[in-house]
Design a protein around this ligand. Structure first.
Ligand code: ASP
Length: 482
């Protein structure tokens, strides 16, 4: 084998193995399914077990990695720079999310995947959704930015639950889809859902970092502590990342064994599936590239190629949050300034979900087409706004977008039970949209890094430090402002 090929293989070994994991998992799943039929939940759980352990390891890294690296990165940045990075990131998140929703809307209105397709009747035992109001989702988001208790934020986040009134059953002559429930009249209560409040933790870490920056010299011991902690977490990430081929192999195999029907993919839902996929592809490689080009006058394709490991992991895990340690590690390896990545990636993984936003718009309009619901201009705009809100409110976990879909459906005047129409293919679309969600965050980090390069000065990355010999590390410490 030529030397070039050998070095290419060595550099990309992990990515190649992870791709083999995804493809191998799908093939094994299909073969096992054809030979043995659909498995029950318990058998699938056994099969998914190695993948579950991989996911647990990744999730376990999120809090210590996030807290230490965000506090250290922001603490070593001066306030005006933090403000500029924040402004650029928020501008980027907004521009990309809005363009994703508009693209989804144009595609679904032009292709009309739901016209002439028979809707499924909701059966409550199959899928029970939580009723939500758009305003509650937005208020919950703001509540979660300000957690009342930082320890509690590590394990739970606020969620408003609507309580169905006793007399809310449907009149006998009306079916689910002809009646719109007046959710505003339902009573509600604030509950804590057991999932990490990443947004609250990142906010706390940013504020704490800014305070440390203001303390000047006196904050040095703490900043050194967080720097060492963050580098130790990066080393552990480096170990865990080698389990990704095996982890995604088992996760994908088990998922294929568990799904309901392949026929929906090519039949009833084929056109819907294609519309979302087409939208994701145009957004990922067209719109995002254009925004990137306008901002930095370069095309991002070589950057996207360097992200392959991150993208395959996002596909395999269907979770932006679980992929985050690998995302941060890859960005460090690509030479981005950690002060930028620590800001853009965690916040992006929590609120910037372009793939989800596009999917929310397409899915809601698809269901409205199934139900023959007319779509006025006002409703179209309302769907765009709620789809954006739904994507911001969705957590970075598998199929979170399906849950927040309910509020987009409410905008079109459809009951939450109608999500039954898209469930069959959602597990697969989720993987594609998660990949685009993560890709958008990474391109954003690269773009902000390029735009901020002149102001940031010495671009020493954590990975330089992790790989440096002790003596080099001493020199780096003298040279760098980190
Ligand atoms: N699974 C997606 C993510 O983690 C969220 C979603 O669209 O369901 O980014």
């Amino acid at each position: 084998m030529a030397k070039d090929q050998r070095s290419f293989l060595r550099r990309n070994l992990l990515t190649i193995l992870t791709v083999i994991g995804v493809v191998g998992g799908s093939v094994t799943g299909i073969i096992l399914r054809n030979a043995l039929g659909k498995w029950n939940k318990r058998d699938t759980m056994y099969l998914a077990f190695p993948g579950e352990i991989f996911l647990r390891m990744l999730k376990c890294l999120i809090i210590p990695l996030l807290m230490s690296s965000v506090i250290h990165a922001i603490g070593s940045l001066d306030l005006s720079l933090s403000r500029k990075i924040a402004f650029r990131s928020i501008f980027y998140y907004s521009a990309t999310t809005v363009s994703a929703v508009i693209l989804g809307m144009i595609l679904v209105v032009t292709i009309r995947p739901g016209v002439g397709v028979k809707p499924m009747e909701a059966s409550n035992e199959k899928y029970v959704t939580r009723e939500v109001l758009t305003q509650d989702t937005l208020l919950d988001l703001i509540r979660n930015v300000f957690p009342p208790n930082i320890v509690q934020a590590c394990v739970s986040q606020s969620q408003t639950y609507l309580i169905k009134p006793e007399n809310a059953s449907l009149p006998s002559n009306q079916t689910n889809h002809t009646i719109v429930k007046n959710l505003e009249t339902w009573s509600f209560e604030e509950r804590y859902e057991s999932t990490t409040n990443v947004l609250g933790l990142v906010t706390f870490a940013i504020i704490f970092g800014i305070a440390l920056g203001k303390l000047g010299e006196r904050s040095k011991p703490l900043l050194d502590f967080f720097e060492a902690a963050s580098e130790a977490m990066m080393i552990i990430t480096n170990w865990v990342i080698w389990l990704s081929p095996l982890g995604v192999y088992f996760l994908v195999t088990a998922k294929v064994m568990e799904i309901e029907s392949f026929l929906d993919l090519i039949g009833r839902l084929g056109l819907y599936f294609t519309t979302v996929l087409l939208g994701l592809a145009i957004h990922g490689f067209g719109t995002l590239s254009l925004i990137y080009f306008i901002a930095v006058r370069r095309l991002p394709f070589n950057v996207i190629a360097e992200l392959s490991q991150v993208l395959v992991t996002a596909f395999g895990t269907a979770s932006s949050s679980a992929t985050m340690p690998i995302t941060i590690q890859t960005m460090d390896k690509m030479g981005l300034d950690p002060r930028v990545t620590r800001f853009v990636i965690p916040i992006g993984a929590t609120i910037n979900m372009d793939g989800t936003a596009l999917y929310e718009a397409v899915a809601a309009i698809f269901i409205a087409q199934l139900r023959d619901k007319p779509l006025t201009f006002g409703k179209t705009v309302a769907v765009c706004v709620t789809a954006t809100a739904a994507s911001i409110g969705a957590a970075g976990i598998p199929q979170a977008g399906l849950v927040t879909m309910v509020m987009v459906l409410d905008t079109v005047g459809l009951p939450s039970e109608d999500v039954i129409n898209i469930i069959a293919v959602d597990w697969l679309l989720d993987r594609f949209r998660t990949t685009i969600n993560v890709m958008c965050d990474c391109l954003g980090a690269k773009l902000v890094d390029i735009l901020s390069a002149g102001e940031l000065g010495d671009p020493v990355t954590s990975v330089d430090r992790v790989n440096a010999e002790p003596q080099e590390l001493v020199e780096l410490k003298h040279d760098s402002r980190i």
